[in-house]
Design a protein around this ligand. Structure first.
Ligand code: IPE
Ligand code: IPE
Ligand code: MG
Length: 258
């Protein structure tokens, strides 16, 4: 028993937690769930491990949560993996984070294919190191015909820069008389964002107890329901996801009406 426990503790990634105990309404699953995966560093620090170990474990959580979101019938799962502000971290940590997409996709692509998951990204992909960009573009290409869950990685993503880039594109077109002032509205503005083909998230989750957006989907989350979970991302599991969905289902969304 003792041996078994230690073994289980060591592998950590395939937890036996089952759904259903929370009785979530399977007919009212958010179409788009966005997650600010936070707390990897603190998870590692608590264990006196280097921060990158926390990021490694966080990658295992990404696999687990992707599987479960797909099983629940979620259509879009957007994961904040690297912000435009995260470049200010120590070089060693940034380098490791830039290696993760390649590691993740090379080990998980067969399962993504099996589960019919399509990979997408939002963010300034061109500014990523070549090896990171290559891994991501390859996964996008290989999964482009899959019709199940769309797994969106926000990589080098920042909401303010996204909006400024959209304004620049529109200003350019205006200068060339290709758009008029009347053409610019909330719907058309959307077409210049990274998320042009993705509906706004109904549910936005942040782990680790922090309660802020940190420049994530600032336009798209205007009417999202926010759920904050104290769990550090490497410890976040299927039950936490279902709990967040349950909280979402108990909310009354009004959109300014009554
Ligand atoms: C989130 O975990 C992952 C990324 C930002 C890449 P952190 O690395 O921010 O972990 P904490 O917040 O320091 O615990
Ligand atoms: C937000 O987390 C970015 C990602 C999860 C990728 P941070 O840890 O960078 O956010 P702050 O610095 O606590 O606001
Ligand atoms: Mg953090």
């Amino acid at each position: 028993m003792r041996h078994l426990f230690r073994f289980k503790n060591k592998t950590r990634n395939h937890s036996n937690i089952t759904s259903n105990d929370l009785n979530i309404d399977k007919q009212n699953i958010p179409e788009h769930i966005a997650i600010i995966m936070d707390g990897n560093g603190r998870w590692a620090k608590q264990r006196k491990m280097p921060r990158i170990k926390g990021h490694y474990e966080g990658m295992q959580t990404v696999k687990k949560i992707t599987r479960h979101a797909s099983d629940l019938g979620v259509k879009y799962l957007t994961l904040y993996a690297f912000s435009t502000e995260n470049w200010t971290r120590p070089t060693e940590e940034v380098n490791y984070l830039m290696k993760l997409p390649g590691d993740f996709l090379s080990t998980f692509l067969p399962e993504l294919m099996e589960k019919n998951v399509r990979v997408e990204t939002i963010g300034f992909i061109d500014a990523l190191p070549e090896h990171t960009r290559k891994a991501v573009l390859e996964a996008i290409e290989k999964t482009k015909n899959n019709t199940g869950l769309t797994l969106v990685f926000a990589l080098n993503y920042g909401g303010k820069k996204e909006i400024v880039a959209a304004v620049q594109m529109i200003a350019d077109l205006y200068k060339e008389n290709k758009v008029t002032l009347d053409d610019i509205n909330e719907t058309t503005f959307n077409d210049y964002l990274f998320t042009k083909n993705i509906p706004d998230p109904e549910l936005l989750i942040r782990t680790s107890g922090e309660q802020r957006l940190s420049n994530f989907l600032i336009w798209q989350s205007s009417y999202s329901e926010f759920v904050f979970d104290d769990t550090l991302w490497p410890d976040f599991n299927e039950n936490n996801l279902e709990q967040a969905i349950k909280t979402y289902q108990e909310r009354h969304r009004r959109f300014g009406g009554l």
